[in-house]
Structure formats: C-alpha cells, structure tokens
Design a protein around this ligand. Sequence first.
Ligand SMILES: C[S@@+](CC[C@H](N)C(=O)[O-])C[C@H]1O[C@@H](n2cnc3c(N)ncnc32)[C@H](O)[C@@H]1O
Length: 308
Amino acid sequence: MAGPASGRGAVEGGPRSTFACLWCGRAWTVRSADDLEGYAQLCPDCLGKAGDNPFLRFRLRSALAARGAAGAAGQSPAESVPSMDRAMVDYYEARAGEYDDWYLRRGRYAHGPIHDAAWNAELDAAGRWLDGLSLRGRIVELAAGTGWWSPLLAGKGELWISDAAEAPLDRARERLLAHGLRAHLHVRDAWAEPEGEPAGALFAGFWLSHVDRDRTEAFLALAARWLAPGGRIALIDSLLDPQSGAADHDPPADDRSVRHLADGRSFEIVKVYRTPDEIEAALRAAGFTDVEVSTTGRFFVLATGVKP
Ligand SMILES: C[S@@+](CC[C@H](N)C(=O)[O-])C[C@H]1O[C@@H](n2cnc3c(N)ncnc32)[C@H](O)[C@@H]1O
C-alpha cells in the first residue's frame, strides 16, 4: 500500500526538480522550478488527493508555505509571485465564511437598492450565459472557492472541482450536497499540471483576475492542456466597478488590491482587471478558436473559446 516515507513529514530544503513521490513512489520531474509538486515532493495525482488525506494535505499546505517563503526571500519580482499566491490562499481561507456575502450583496457588500438590483440582474445574466454554453463530459472547475457556480456545472457533466484553500471548498461540498449533486473535490493548486482524462470543459470564475499579467499566457496554456480537442474554456470575471467590492475597499493599484475582512484583518492580493479586448486577445494567442467575450454591463466579463 502506498504511504508516506517515515520521517519525511516536513518540507525540508528547497524544491526538488526530480523526485520519487513521497506517497506513491512514482518518479516525477517538475515542468518549472515553481511547481508545487517540487516543494511537496508529491506527484500531481497524489497532490490532487490532498482533500481526502491528512498527510497529503499537510504536504500541500507546507509546500504552499515554502513556496511563498521562497518568493518572499528577496528574489526577482517575477520569482516573488509565489508569496502573493500564498497571501491569496490565506485570504480566501480566512474569507470563506463571508465570501458569499459578495454575491448576495450583504453587509459591507451592500451598495443600496439601485446598485444591488443592477448587480443581481447581471449575476443572473452571467448564470444564464454559463448555463447556455455547451459544457459536456468531464468538467473541470479551477479555484472553485465556495462553489457558487458548481451546482450549475454539476448538472451538465461529471464535475471535478479544486481550490488551494480548504475552507471555501468545504462550503462548495455543502452547497453541492444541498442540491443533491455530486462532484470530485480536491484541495489543489490551480497551477498544478492537469490530471486525469482530458476534459470536455474547463471553468474558472473570478480566477483569471488573480493571475498576474505576466502569467496570463502560462495559465491559458495550462487551461488548454486540461482540455480534449473540441473542449471549451469558460471564464467569468470582474469588471472594474466601484460598487463591485466591499464598501471599505480602496480602488486597486498596479494590479494589486488590499482586502479587509469583517474581523479587521487585511490582505494584499493580485487583482487584474482585464478588458474584454485583452481577454479575447489572450484567448486567441493561446490558440483557442470560436472565442467570444462579452460583458453583462458593469460588473462581469464572460469569455469562452474552444480548443482546436
Ligand atoms: C475570487 S475566488 C473565486 C471562487 C469561485 N471560483 C467563484 O467564482 O466564486 C478565488 C479563489 O481562488 C482560490 N485560489 C487562490 N489561489 C489559488 C491557487 N494557487 N490555486 C487554487 N486556488 C486558488 C481561492 O482560495 C479562492 O477560492
């Protein structure tokens, strides 16, 4: 039976480019020095099972911390991106209990009846757009968070969802259960290499805006690797509108936003507001065909394309 090698609980030293997976023993070579697999010394299959296994979960969390620390240790700006990765996971882990307030316009996310009515109408339009897309077969949802869109997706195919933060994913599980729907759930880095059968569709809600500009190409290439030929990518993301976020949030600057939680904690995260034209160009550059990018008006951008 596969199991952890004894005495290997902590993530010691730096990442390994080549290693034998600590859980299953499989030999693995990372694709880039930044790969979480190298920090965790776990192959992508085992890393993807972190949601179900305390040892694997421990390795994932330690690897995220080690990669974040490596980024914070004074490398070049591009290399320091992982520390922002860690900050984002920490932020969403801490925000899980209040995340849906953003969708539901509750508390600090309420902006009065006029703005909130517009928000609700546009959220509805985004849902109808997603529902109207041809999404079939294995559907992969990256950075699924609390699973706001997951029931809709689970009704269309075999849903496989992941997020690097555990607490939001617990809410996604509850949401799916409440709808009587099933999905495969994984605590997993969205930057990890694809696993399993090529997918018929890949969805990511409000994730592209957490991808720094210099990683756009890498993320869309990764998305394409998840998909089978003919598979569809679908993205919903944020347009910059002062009434989108919490009332106490300052406007973003330099693709960074400072976010506050109800308990007063603050986090700086990557938040890139791409225009529809920028997203369309990026999808085309990544090789997607049948690219369509539209907006709901003020709040959301909707993008789709097909892998040839
Ligand atoms: C804005 S939320 C979007 C959640 C959900 N997709 C939605 O549409 O409501 C961003 C999500 O990205 C997750 N996340 C942040 N960094 C991640 C990473 N490196 N890998 C996977 N998920 C990550 C966060 O935990 C959070 O749940």
